[in-house]
Design a protein around this ligand. Structure first.
Ligand code: APR
Length: 233
């Protein structure tokens, strides 16, 4: 059985990472247009660097929760039959043990050089304009896909959706495309569809099965159910 799992900010909420849209459209007190668009970065790079430097530093203080751990266990069972696609820029899936993973919106612990187009692992601040380890230019920016930019590895994701028997969406509001449209693609290509979210998402009507509650409860229960069903075949 081939499975694609999509995760969003809700899966990391119980680890203490704030979601985007739960506080009246503000993300840690900032408008998304100011901190998550190329125009915002052009207008005020210091603000944007300070914002992502703080998010990157916060990663030191958070740990994976039972939902991340359950998905890592599922990967142990399914191997290459699982693709985990996350919209999250934290590294909690990796730290839980997931390896077959696409960060479609980029990663906090990576920097992108706009001079040489190189990417490198990054855990320090970027606000003070450190040189790119590849070319030496002080042109590093957060390796995050902002609004108006193209999400990563869409070909790989679409191929996995086309082949999937099961598509599961966890902790995402269904407000941001293209991820919000994955459920429709998966259905079109014949997959069963499941939503696991605190509350009905904007796309909840597209899912055959929708379960609502905290991810730390719903995800381990769903993984146990799927594993038991697989073993009983
Ligand atoms: N368990 C499950 N779901 C939860 C929990 C929880 N403990 N807490 C919150 N949620 C749900 C909320 O109900 C909401 O539907 O998680 C969802 C989070 O939605 P958003 O904050 O919109 O986050 P997400 O869907 O990941 O945002 C998508 O938007 O700003 C951009 O690029 C950014 O990747 C992000 C994208």
């Amino acid at each position: 059985m081939k499975v694609v799992v999509l995760t969003g900010a809700g899966i990391s909420a119980e680890s203490g990472v704030s979601t985007f849209r739960d506080a009246g459209g503000l993300w840690e007190g900032h408008s998304v247009a100011d901190v998550a668009t190329p125009e915002g970065f052009e207008r005020d790079p210091a603000l944007v660097h300070a914002f992502y430097d703080a998010r990157r530093a916060q990663l030191e203080l958070v740990t994976p929760n039972p939902a991340h751990l359950a998905l890592a266990e599922l990967e142990e069972t399914l191997g290459d039959d699982l693709l985990l696609v996350t919209q999250n820029v934290d590294d909690l899936h990796e730290r839980a043990g997931s390896r077959r993973l696409v960060h479609m919106h980029g990663q906090l612990r990576s920097a992108w050089c706009t001079s040489c187009d190189g990417r490198c692992p990054w855990t320090a601040p970027l606000a003070d304009g450190p040189p790119c380890p590849g070319c030496g230019a002080a042109s590093l920016r957060p390796d995050i896909v902002w609004f108006g930019e193209v999400p990563r590895q869409m070909d790989r994701i679409e191929a996995a959706l086309a082949a999937a028997d099961l598509f599961v969406s966890i902790g995402t509001s269904g407000a941001v495309y293209p991820a919000a449209g994955f459920v429709q693609l998966a259905r079109l290509w014949g997959a069963h569809t499941v939503e696991l979210n605190l509350e009905p998402s904007q796309g909840t009507v597209w899912f055959r099965d929708a379960r609502h509650g905290p991810a730390s409860m719903l995800v381990p229960a769903w993984v146990a159910e799927l594993t038991a069903r697989r073993l009983s075949r």
